[in-house]
Unconditional design. Structure first.
Length: 358
């Protein structure tokens, strides 16, 4: 992002000074000679919460910078609808598809179907049983996400606490985080899991609020110290339950982030003390870059992981309240920075788009 901004700024400066700007890199033939606009479909399985919308917005912005026509689709956890959306995207002959958060075993079948149709494909948090040529599997570094989050919890309670885990099986990210969690419990014998709950539905926060309210009713004050949410949609529901039940003595630790999460963490007397995350817009943008490189015939890896960063309540309270996730990098060093998979010819396409808008 910084590299891209500097390059475009220099081009603008050269133009302003009247100097001959250096020739922009040529665009690969497969892109330059494409018949009509390049069309990319973004298909997301999870509910249309803030995190999902930021992921999709990042992909759309990156695609539009390059002159691509991007369409977005959501299945809200419905397997049948997700499969229908993929089949329709194949029939509509999209040039590229980004899949997000489809679980096994359906994911492998759909990924192979898309690849067999000759459509370029990048996927996020979507398992495939065997590597598929030309397909990149992207994911968050779930080991570092879970490790950073759980380490803060154990530090804050000196390795002794009664906790609730918010988690659901069947999703690759959740399974990887669970492995870290189980080892963490073995390493901290004085930390005890008193309850565990979680489900993916059309209203994850609302569903989690109801589940957490029932758990709180069974565990009076003094019997629970903290909640660990393996996904921020769970954590938002838990937060609401804690507030409504007057149980803010219980501290909340989470993974993933959204603008709504930041507001809740900043709130007065908020029990939400930390989250560990990757900027969801960055994830969407990087997957779109991978599609662009695949369409150009450039090499891309079979796998790629996004590194995590911790955000504490104190950090957020030290910055302006109106700063959204997308601009946290301006005040939290390193947040959201990612220049991976930016080819030099991207600047040429961006310059073309800027000229077309004039």
């Amino acid at each position: 992002m910084i590299f891209r901004s500097l390059l475009l700024a220099l081009l603008g400066l050269w133009a302003h000074l009247g100097s001959a700007a250096p020739a922009l890199p040529p665009v690969p033939q497969a892109i330059a000679q494409h018949n009509g606009p390049i069309r990319v479909a973004v298909i997301r399985s999870l509910a249309t919460d803030d995190n999902t919308l930021q992921f999709v917005a990042g992909a759309v912005r990156e695609g539009e910078r390059l002159g691509f026509r991007v369409s977005t689709y959501y299945s809200n956890g419905d397997d049948a609808r997700f499969q229908d959306l993929v089949e329709k995207a194949i029939q509509d002959n999209y040039d590229g598809i980004i899949l997000s958060h489809r679980n096994a075993p359906l994911a492998s079948h759909l990924v192979k179907r898309i690849a067999a149709a000759g459509i370029r494909l990048s996927v996020f948090e979507t398992p495939v049983d065997v590597p598929v040529a030309g397909v990149t599997l992207t994911s968050q570094d779930d080991k570092s996400l879970a490790t950073l989050s759980l380490a803060q919890l154990s530090h804050d309670f000196n390795g002794q606490a009664n906790i609730v885990k918010l988690w659901v099986s069947g999703y690759p990210a959740m399974e990887r985080r669970q492995i870290v969690y189980e080892q963490w419990l073995r390493d901290h014998p004085r930390i005890h899991e008193r309850a565990s709950t979680g489900a993916v539905s059309a209203d994850v926060p609302g569903d989690t609020e109801r589940r957490m309210t029932e758990i709180l009713a069974r565990h009076p004050k003094g019997t629970l110290d903290a909640i660990w949410g393996s996904w921020d949609a769970f954590s938002r529901g838990a937060y609401t339950a804690l507030i409504k039940c007057g149980r803010t003595e219980i501290k909340l630790y989470s993974i993933d982030v959204s603008d709504q999460d930041l507001q809740l963490m900043r709130a007065k007397d908020s029990p939400w003390v930390q989250t560990v995350a990757v900027n969801p817009a960055t994830i969407g943008a990087v997957n779109m870059r991978l599609i662009a490189k695949k369409l150009a015939g450039e090499p891309t890896p079979l796998t790629y992981q996004f590194k995590a960063a911790a955000l504490s309540q104190q950090q957020l309270r030290n910055i302006p309240a109106e700063v959204p996730v997308s601009r946290l990098g301006l005040t939290v060093p390193g947040w959201g920075d990612n220049n991976d998979f930016i080819s030099p010819w991207f600047a040429t396409l961006e310059a073309q788009q800027a000229k077309a808008r004039q």
